[in-house]
Structures are given as C-alpha cells and as structure tokens.
Design a protein around this ligand. Sequence first.
Ligand code: AOS
Ligand code: ZN
Ligand code: ZN
Length: 389
Amino acid sequence: MSDRTPYAQQVLAGQSIETPSWAFGNSGTRFKVFAQQGVPRDPYEKLADAAQVHKYTGAAGSVALHIPWDRVEDYGDLARHAAALGVRIGTINSNTFQDDDYMLGSVCHPDAKIRRKAADHLLECVDIMDATGSDTLKLWFADGTNYPGQDSIAGRQDRLADVLAEVYERLGDDQRLLLEYKLFEPSFYTTDVPDWGTAYAHCLKLGPKAQVVIDTGHHAPGVNIEFIVAFLLREGKLGGFDFNSRFYADDDLMVGAADPFQLFRILHELALRDALLPASGIAYMLDQCHNIEPKIPGQIRSIMNVQEATAKALLVDHDALAAAQRAGDVLGANAVLMDAYNTDVRPLVAEVRTGQGLAADPLAAYAASGYAEEIKAARVGGSQAGWGA
Ligand code: AOS
Ligand code: ZN
Ligand code: ZN
C-alpha cells in the first residue's frame, strides 16, 4: 500500500461524475439506431435509470438534462422526482441543432430571425436552470459552414459573441455557462467554436461566469489534451469535462475505453491542483452514447473507469515528482508517473465502495438486482436519446 492510499481513498469517496440523460435512451449512428428493450420513455424514467448508476457507484449523484429532449410540463416537479430518487439535476444542455431552421447555423446564422430563435432557446434553458436549481448551462453549437465562401468567418464570430453576451447577462449570480468546442461535425469546412482557444477567447471576454468545457472526443488526432487542461486550469477557465473515448472523431464511446493512459494523464493535471472534488467547481460529466452495449451497465463501467484513472492519478507521489523535475531527472520523473499508472487500483477503489456501504463490484450488484429485467417488462416503446425524440 502506497502512503498516498488513504488520501486517494478519501478523495475518491467525495468524487462526483455527472451522467447524461441522453445516455439512457436509444442512440446510434446516421446508419442505424438499434432499439434496446426497457429504455426510458420519458425524462422521469431517464432519471430513474441514472439513479441506478448512482445507487451502485455512489459517485453519480447528478444528471445532465438536454432541452428539448427532456422537456416536461413542470421542471420543479422533475427536480423533486430526481431528489426522491437520490439524485439531482446537473447541467442544462441546450439544443440548437435539430430544427430545420438551423440548417445554416443557429447563433451564427446569417438571418437575424433564426439567431433570435436560438437565443430565445438559450434563455429558456436559463429559465429551466432556475426551475430545477441547476447552476450550469452547457452550450455546444453545431454552427459552421461546409464550403469556402459560404459565409463570413469573422461575421459569424460577431454574431456568436452577441448571443453569448445576451445569455451571459441573463445568468443569475450563482449560475454560469460552459462553452464547448468541437473540431468539426456536423460542419465540415469551418466550425464556429472549433477549439479551446476560440472558446477561451469568448469566455474571457464574457467574464468570470463563462468557462470552457473540454469534451475529450472533440480534438484532432494527436492533440495533447492534458496541456489544454493544465493551461485552462491555471487561468481559472476550466469549467468541466464531457468525458468519452474516441478512436477516430466524436465516437462517444465509454470513457477510458480507448485510451486509459490519456485519461490518467488528464486526471493527473487535476490531481496536481487538487481539483478533483466538487468544491473545485469543475463539472465532471460523461457525454456518451451506448449504441450497442446496455446503457445502465455502460454508464456504471464508465464511472468505474474514471474512478480507476483518478485513483492512479492520486497515487502519483508529488514530492518525488517535483524533486525529480528540479533535478532534471527525466527518467526518474517519468518513472514516478508510470509507477502510479501501473498500479492495480481495483482493490483500492473497491475498498472505497465497501466503506460507503456499497457492493465492491457495482456491475455484478446491478446485474443481481433484477432492475434490467424489471424495466424490460414494464417499459414498452422506449424513446430515442435525441434526434426524433
Ligand atoms: C456534441 O458533439 C457535443 O458533444 C455536445 O455535448 C452535445 O450536446 C451532446 O453530445 C448531446 O448531443
Ligand atoms: Zn460533449
Ligand atoms: Zn460530442
């Protein structure tokens, strides 16, 4: 047992990772959505499934909503439903990409009427934050162009800045917005918020209540994400993560599945700055789609993957690392990191769970609970996560 084990266990016990409501509905690619039995039929049932993830991991107490996919009559009632299930509403995610009106963009659209419609939707999302008690608005824009000359690149930035400023003004004192960037898709020539630099520049101009969110699947191959993490963290502009894995582009596979070492390197930067607990203000979220695997176990596995990578990051001996770095001991410094990464932390994390009165193996406990069979029998005609929902 490393002498950092008790500290690692203490931090892990307080860690919180938000699940996305859309992970529980059917999802797929543009080629096919494979329907699974027992998927939720409405936002209330999505919360019930999310609560299962929390029940067995103890680390997923908040759930992100996506509007309008999770539109309900009474958001206060939805928040009370969440509380009764032992979870709470986390970030509110806007959607300015699924209407026909948005073919040429939303907040960057050349037509002021469409920009107005998009801005009104974002303002409605802030109303929903008020009603649910959510403190974070997460903005991802599908805006961009497909062909050179299609629209003014700079003009679109002006339009984006105008809408962001309007939404920023509407935020309450305890609310914030997170701006997400993505290299490409659905636009293939320019994307209006393609990278962290663009998001950072807009957030800087907006003020302290605007921060950048890093979706781990939204970069070009080879981009050093932990550098972005370290930079934004240092500037106080890292608002959160959308965790997932990618082999190619925005694959939205389970976090830690494609590159657990990258996840460790990211979490190491956060551990160095004591930024792993909710008090850091960084929203740790999953943004994933379980197209071919069962959804609740997919989310549980994802939480476990984040916990294991976090445990390894927490085992890094910071004093030894700093000493090696000061001494210019390149191999020694690298060895400090690799020693932690190569530790089998599964027993350490299992102990955290049993210490919280949970089963050591959340996947086995969930499987034994019979919940999957129950929802298969009870729910017929579950809904799609997004498009068409
Ligand atoms: C889209 O690629 C982004 O990852 C967003 O976070 C999006 O809102 C989410 O994936 C749900 O569609
Ligand atoms: Zn995302
Ligand atoms: Zn994405």
